[in-house]
Design a protein around this ligand. Structure first.
Ligand SMILES: [Zn+2]
Length: 459
């Protein structure tokens, strides 16, 4: 989706091409594009000459010599295309023909873009424009008191940065970049920030957006500023879209979460959320005594969460159930023993299917865990695949249980699980020895010995 720098780039590329051109005809192929009655839109613009283009936030304005103004919003995938011949494409929603036989097409594959007609006197007072906050690349010191007030909400900062009525022009890419530069976790609530942190956000928003404008915006996915022109800002993106890559600042792997449904990349080490700094993670191979440790912590007053149980609950939700059925190409039902066994066998035989299931369910699970951690004081979570799911960032300490093979087989036999299947499903268990949060706990002796080690390390 084009953000402020991209729309600025569109404006800069388009203006010299169309300034001074007189409209001879207008074709609208997709009537919903134009919010003004079509006959009025045409009658007021045919014969008028374009005097210039301007922009506020992500809105583009086309000014005419008869004082009319088109307000245009490209939304997801709208693009302008200036040509010397009449060549509409499938995505074309409208075409402005000029009296020198040149054309300006508006193409929009997703058809979310809009256009409407107003005039010089009123365009900045139009409801959609007037409610917008100051432009993020032009924040003044005098805007700060209002920002302190508007950010003072119990909402994640990622969501507040996307709120165009607080600051306008910031979309998903630049919100991630601004938070990374300011070392603020995307889930930190607005009302947890100090004034000096908001000052920093404002400063970084200005720097990042100005630099993006200089570089012509980012060419990502659907956005191309113009045919044959690539934005260059993606080359200097520090964080956005870098899930799985290494943070240049600290060497930690960038992590992706969903905040209000928007994919969000951040560095779990540089952008710490204070809520995460208290939870305890428990992991270890199958049969290593994780549930016993969890029960022990429950007795000590912790809210205890078992991820296996959480996932079991998630799989009951018809949305997730259907999705897993589609991935595994079988009628998946966690409460039906036979169907559950079939699903397990598919995942053992087809590791890529297992991966796909995990890739789908881990972010959903993560959102649930984050909620437990932020809403409660003492939380302990048993996560069998903690390192595989990259959940390290959620915890203050991670107890990694280990045991010898003999003891593991003995434990599994006591549980009556199928030894072979259990071990196969768990064959991808691993942990990160170098992680500073890891506390290794050996569970080859008695329960008492196990709990003693836990208690010693809790303090
Ligand atoms: Zn980092």
């Amino acid at each position: 989706m084009p953000e402020l720098p991209e729309v600025e780039t569109v404006k800069n590329i388009l203006e010299p091409l169309v300034k001074g051109k007189k409209i001879a005809e207008i074709d609208v192929y997709f009537p919903r594009l134009v919010l003004t009655p079509l006959s009025e839109f045409k009658s007021k613009l045919i014969g008028a000459t374009i005097t210039g283009l301007s922009r506020y936030g992500k809105f583009l304005f086309i000014h005419f010599d008869n004082s009319f103004v088109i307000i245009s919003h490209l939304r997801m995938e709208g693009k302008y295309r200036f040509t010397k011949e009449y060549n509409p494409i499938r995505a074309s929603s409208a075409c402005f023909k000029f009296n020198d036989d040149t054309y300006l097409f508006y193409d929009d594959t997703r058809k979310f873009g809009i256009m409407y007609l107003t005039d010089e006197e009123h365009y900045l007072q139009e409801k959609m424009i007037a409610k917008l906050g100051p432009e993020a690349n032009k924040i003044q010191d005098s805007d700060l008191p209002l920002l302190y007030k508007k950010f003072n909400k119990k909402k994640p900062m990622k969501a507040l940065l996307l709120d165009q009525e607080i600051l306008c022009g910031i979309g998903n890419i630049y919100a991630d970049e601004i938070l990374y530069a300011t070392k603020i976790n995307p889930l930190t609530l607005g009302n947890e920030l100090s004034h000096s942190q908001i000052d920093e956000i404002a400063k970084n928003a200005k720097i990042i957006l100005s630099r993006a404008i200089e570089l012509g915006g980012s060419t990502i996915h659907s956005f191309h500023p113009s045919e044959g022109v690539d934005g260059k800002f993606q080359a200097v993106l520090m964080c956005y879209g870098k899930e799985g890559e290494i943070c240049p600042n600290c060497g930690t792997t960038f992590h992706k979460i969903y905040v209000g449904g928007r994919g969000t990349t951040f560095c779990p080490n540089c952008q710490i959320n204070k809520h995460y700094e208290k939870a305890i993670g428990i992991t270890g191979p199958i049969g290593s005594g994780k549930s016993q440790v969890l029960n022990h912590l429950k007795d000590k007053g912790y809210l205890t969460i078992s991820c296996d149980e959480e996932i079991h609950e998630l799989y009951k939700d018809p949305i997730h159930k259907n999705k897993i059925s589609r991935i595994l190409k079988t009628d998946f039902d966690i409460d039906d023993e036979r169907k559950r066994k079939i699903a397990r066998l598919i995942m053992i035989e087809k590791p890529d299917k297992k991966k796909e299931v995990e890739k789908y369910i881990y972010p959903v699970l993560e959102e649930k865990l984050i909620k437990y951690i932020t809403d409660n004081e003492l939380v302990a979570i048993e996560v069998p695949l903690l390192f595989k799911a990259h959940f390290e960032f959620l915890f203050k300490k991670i107890f990694v249980l280990s045991l010898n093979k003999e003891k593991q087989v003995q434990n599994l036999e006591n549980r009556g699980d199928s030894l072979e299947i259990s071990l196969k499903l768990n064959s991808d268990y691993h942990y990160d020895k170098s992680n500073k949060k890891v506390i290794l706990i050996e569970n080859n002796r008695s329960l008492n010995d196990l709990f003693e080690q836990i208690d010693k390390n809790l303090n």
